[in-house]
Structures are given as C-alpha cells and as structure tokens.
Design a protein around this ligand. Structure first.
Ligand code: SIN
Length: 304
C-alpha cells in the first residue's frame, strides 16, 4: 500500500475504487493534496469523497483541477451551466434510467472524457448505486493470444443506439431529463480496442456495449460474437466495485480504464446528481501512435 501524507485512501474492493478522506472539496485544493488525490486516482481509477456539501461552483472548480471541461452532447445541460448535466429520475418515472447499462462515457467522441465526476444531491433511501468495472484487469486477464489480436484491432463507436433518431433511450414516457435524439448521433468514429493510460502505463480494454458498434473493417454480425464475449468478460463481478450514494458523496472515475452502470432499483424514489466531465485525449494518441488507416492519414497530413 502506498503512503499518503495529506489524505486517507481506503480501497473499496481488491481491484477497483477507493474512498478518500481528509479533504474538504468546498475549498480549492492545496497543491500537495491535489498531487496525492491524482496519485490515488491513478492507483484506484474510481475515487469517492463522502460528506462534501458542494455547490455547483465547487464542483466546477474540482473538475477544472483535473483539466478542461468535456463537451456534453445529446442531453440538455443545466440552465446557466453548460458543463453540468443534472442526472435526475423522478419518483413518478418508470422504465430505463440514464446511464443504466455498462458503458464508458461518450466513447463515440473524438476526445472522450478522461474522467466523469458525479455529486449526489438527492439519493433514494436504498438502491441507485453505481457499479464500476476495471478495464485494466479485463485486458490483463485475457490470454496472450487474445491480447495480441485485440492490440491490432480498432473499434467503431457511435452514439446512435441511445441518441439516434430510431432509438429513444427513454421511449415515449415524459422524463425529467431532456434527451436529444438526432441524425448527428449516427456518426461513427474509430478508436483502438486497447488503450494505454499515460499516468499508469497500463493497457485497458476500450470497448463497451452501448457505443462500440463493430470492429473496423468488419460487419456488425462478424463483430458480435467477439464483442459479446468481451462485454461479458469485462464486467465479471470480480473486476468490479459498487458505490453506494449519499447526498454529498462525490465520485470521480477514469473513463479510459473503467466502465460504469447506474442501478435502476429505486422505483418510487427521486434520485438527483450533478455530473461534469474532464476532457480527454484521442485514445490513439495515448502512447500507441496512429492505428487506423484514416487516422494514419490524418496524422501524416497534420505532420505536413
Ligand atoms: C452516468 O452514466 O453518468 C450516470 C451514472 C449514475 O447516475 O450513477
């Protein structure tokens, strides 16, 4: 276990997540504290702070301590706060919840968010936990043969399943969150199937069941058996941790090496959290170099 001087770090499970103590997030970080929080984030990929009665401005300041804000598409953001999504499900709503399938946030973007930050505002008396799965361990527990094959593959991502014109995330029910279904969501973008996280040098599987559509240069039908295998493998219970929310809990996770899934088991209760993201890099830039023909061409063009 690593020694920390300014914060306490208590792992949640043997593979993922840690509860961080000794920090007041209603105040700006001191440099030494931020350095330790960043180290804990690199070590545990999901970090949880309890009893933080933060305002939206506090959450924005916390987010910016880690980088620029990410861009939030397809979901109406809070009035006056284009960087903040209110993740809300009313007690009267039935059916699917926002974030209620295994995924890595906005992986269809050219620069998917490095991190997501969620702050609990109103939490059901029980239920509504968020589950997380470790994509380093998912990759590391594959056979060398499968790892080598995936190292050479690229994956097409798209937002079309939840946000396309034919696939309404919430069906026709009136919901507190406004989802924007549009043609734009049908766009496709290629990322490597395996990415290397700069701070740790570890490889992580970068596929998820919501946004990963197929392998590059393969059909969906051809890709389906391997993607199905990888999704089941990556979310094995042994690779996960689960965060139980309270009002004032702040959780930050690393989308480069973690998938998450919001539980939908609190019908009849209201659940409200505020969500911000930290902009990330293009996955193929994180230590591997360009990996697809299109991206190689783009990199060559950019290099002149
Ligand atoms: C999300 O996917 O960002 C929502 C997670 C949650 O509500 O727990």
């Amino acid at each position: 276990m690593r020694d920390y001087s300014h914060i306490s770090v208590n792992p949640i499970t043997g593979v993922l997540g840690a509860e961080i103590g000794g920090v007041d997030l209603t105040k700006p970080f001191e440099d030494a504290v931020l350095a330790e929080v960043k180290q804990a984030f690199a070590d545990h990929s999901v970090i949880v702070f309890r009893d933080q009665p933060m305002s939206i401005e506090d959450q924005k300041r916390f987010t910016q301590a880690f980088g620029e804000f990410g861009f939030e598409p397809y979901v109406e953001t809070m009035p006056d706060h284009p960087e903040v999504i209110e993740v809300i499900k009313e007690a009267t709503e039935h059916g699917k919840n926002f974030g209620g399938s295994w995924h890595s946030d906005w992986s269809f973007q050219e620069t998917p968010p490095m991190a997501t930050i969620l702050h609990g505002k109103e939490i059901p008396p029980s239920g509504g936990d968020t589950c997380f799965a470790n994509m380093y361990v998912a990759y590391e527990t594959l056979s060398p043969g499968m790892q080598a094959m995936l190292d050479g593959l690229n994956v097409v991502h798209s937002a079309r399943r939840p946000y396309g014109v034919d696939n309404k995330l919430f069906g026709t029910e009136k919901r507190a969150m406004k989802i924007i279904n549009t043609e734009e969501a049908h766009a496709e973008l290629v990322h490597p199937a395996v990415r290397t996280v700069a701070e740790t040098g570890r490889k992580a599987l970068f596929v998820n069941p919501v946004y990963s559509i197929r392998f590059e240069n393969m059909t969906e039908a051809e890709s389906r058996p391997l993607l199905d295998f990888l999704h089941a493998h990556a979310t094995k219970i042994d690779f996960t941790c689960r965060v139980r929310w309270q009002a004032g809990t702040l959780t930050m996770w690393d989308n480069r090496c973690v998938q998450h899934n919001a539980m939908n088991d609190y019908h009849g209760h209201r659940r409200v959290l505020h969500r911000t993201t930290v902009k990330g890099e293009r996955p193929w830039l994180d230590g591997r170099g360009p990996v697809s023909n299109t991206e190689s061409m783009m990199a060559e063009a950019a290099a002149g």
